[in-house]
Design a protein around this ligand. Structure first.
Ligand SMILES: [Zn+2]
Length: 343
């Protein structure tokens, strides 16, 4: 089958088209024909290599798959061949204390499709049967469905579970143009919060507002923390949705109201930050780390997408063989929404 693989870590150039064997199935596994696979920042980090994470080489990226079931290792599932599905991106043991508490991403054996195991930059992908979630393709097509799982799940986990966002609160969401930012703006509006977001160009201001943002700040021309304080009458925001890191960290803390919370899931501008501890404890701020989310949260957010309450935001669709171009577009931060590959 056709796949895009990399044989060594590096820039987008290490991605190459290749012919690879169709994966063999174990009893609890399914073969899914990939109709669409979204690109995530995680793919860029995996391609570049992360300290402490062993990635088998050659490797196939891609954790956000929409497609159809081709075959099951054992026909134990009610899902027959040709059922349309999205693949839950997290693989967990299912029986440790964290899994039983519904916190699968904390499982010692937790893996992400396309990170520790081969993913969806291919004609077919092998996943555990329990990771298949049936979908209807009436409202959204496969490219739109592929744009959903990872970012909507993570944004939901951050805002609702870890951030405890309440109706009437104000939230600052970084980068409405990123996949996760475009999901977060919609979830926060569904929660009836006031949304202040940031964008990197004037052209993206209107797009962020069309998604529902009450205020969109161009961070290239304005100090976002100062603007967030101005827009809240000097009080500050209740919650900050962070996924950028050192480039925004200090401003994110400055933008918080007394008693405010910050949730973070990413470090696109670097891994280390510093903070003024006095300000942190005097204002009684809280910081919560977030790593994906649970299967239950994913099912919940998918139903809201299926109902049309939340909408996939697709920036562009690329043929799989142009995966390197899609990575370059993400690295240049030109996109608004998700980049999706189709085999
Ligand atoms: Zn477990």
């Amino acid at each position: 089958m056709h796949a895009v693989v990399f044989r060594r870590h590096g820039g987008a150039r290490v991605l190459e088209s290749a012919s690879v064997p169709v994966p063999e199935l174990g009893p609890d596994e399914a073969l899914v024909e990939v109709k669409a696979c979204a690109v995530n920042h995680l793919d860029l980090w995996t391609r570049e290599g992360m300290p402490g994470v062993t990635i088998p080489l050659p490797h196939i990226l891609g954790c956000d798959v929409a497609g159809v079931v081709r075959r099951l290792g054992t026909p134990i599932s009610p899902l027959g061949a040709w059922t349309s599905v999205v693949v839950a991106p997290g693989i967990a043991c299912g029986h440790c204390p964290y899994c039983l508490a519904g916190r699968e991403s904390l499982c010692d054996r937790f893996q992400i499709v396309g990170l520790q195991v081969d993913g969806g930059y291919a004609e077919c992908v092998k996943v555990p049967i329990r990771n298949l979630i049936p979908i209807s393709t009436e409202r959204w097509d496969y490219t739109q469905w592929a744009a959903v799982p990872l970012v909507f799940l993570t944004a939901w986990h951050m805002l609702m579970t870890r951030g405890q966002l309440a109706p009437g609160e104000t939230v600052l969401i970084h980068a409405a143009g990123s996949g996760i930012g475009s999901a977060a703006v919609q979830i926060a509006k569904w929660r009836r919060a006031t949304v202040i977001t940031t964008v990197g160009s004037q052209a993206k201001v209107a797009k962020a507002q069309a998604l529902g943002a009450d205020h969109a700040i161009n961070y290239q021309t304005h100090d976002f923390a100062k603007e967030a304080l101005r827009l809240t009458g000097g009080r500050g925001v209740d919650l900050v949705f962070e996924h950028i890191g050192p480039a925004t960290w200090a401003g994110s803390l400055r933008a918080l109201a007394k008693g405010g919370r910050l949730v973070t899931c990413g470090a696109t501008s670097g891994r280390e930050v510093s903070m003024d501890l006095r300000c942190f404890f005097v204002k009684e701020l809280s910081v919560a780390g977030c790593y994906m989310g649970s299967r239950q949260e994913l099912e919940h957010v998918l139903r809201l997408v299926e109902a049309g309450t939340l909408k996939p935001v697709v920036d562009a669709v690329f043929p799989l063989s142009d995966a390197a171009q899609a990575h370059a577009r993400m690295e240049s931060r030109q996109q608004f929404g998700k980049l999706v590959l189709v085999p």
